[in-house]
Ligand binder design. Sequence first.
Ligand code: GDP
Length: 297
Amino acid sequence: SLAVIEDKPEDMVSRAPIVTVMGHVDHGKTSLLDYIRKENVIAGESGGITQHIGAYAVTLENGQKITFLDTPGHEAFTAMRARGAQVTDIAIIVVAADDDIMPQTKEAISHAQAAGVPMIFAINKIDKQGANPEKIKEKLAGMNLLVEDWGGKYQSHDISAKKGTGVKELLEKVLLEAEILDLKANPNKPAVGTVVEAQLDKGRGYVSTILVQSGTLKVGDYVLAGKNHGKVKAMHDERGHNIKEAGPSTPISILGLDGASTAGDKFNVFEDEREAKQIATKRLQLMREQSVRTQRH
Ligand code: GDP
């Protein structure tokens, strides 16, 4: 069964912040995530990020890690929250300095606020003619969001996601925010986490990207995720490396689940395979009954 394990204070270990990038369309979310993914290969880490698995972790020069959800936009964020999953620790709100605070910017801000997730503003495209970061900060001030330069509490940084200007400093600010949050998790227990995405891969079967939030996931563990279950046959990181164990804040793609779980599904490790199967079957049955009921109405 699902053993309830009390976390002892001495078991709590610092974990990497999990970051979501949000903002208005075309303001540079994808460019920022791409730049960080491509540039952040530290010495000793063999190879760059080769796989798109829906989340990736980077290591900064000082050895600290940041995990990014690699699905730009707040659709993923809201879909996960709608399913009761809270995976994001910090939200980067990208605003193009040659534009304005647009409707999706406002939406992103309200989503972060509703979730109680701290925001850092990335004022982007400062390389462009006509870029005016101060105007954006003034507009933010008008929304009661005072950035640090303006004497407020919100961190912000002027960047060019295209050229990479200021991105390193932006990431340092993410780490500063993480330090204030004092993020900790117990790695010494069976893993608990959230499904980020899942798909059927021809030849490999169902590939699920999951984010371990506490505990440690191991190859051979028996996992229940939403209506799906199965034994973890293999785990890969975003660099395509085979790995045996994944601790808190680690994004990982796994093989072995018997179907495609939904983004936002919680996963748990079960000691008893039979119990996991029973719960999965029950959930599937409930879902079928619900869909029959909705079809009747
Ligand atoms: P998203 O919709 O928010 O993901 O925006 P994208 O990352 O796709 O960027 C939209 C457009 O703006 C693309 O043509 C990018 O090349 C461009 N872009 C993004 N960041 C920058 C930047 O820092 N400087 C300039 N000049 N263009 C940028």
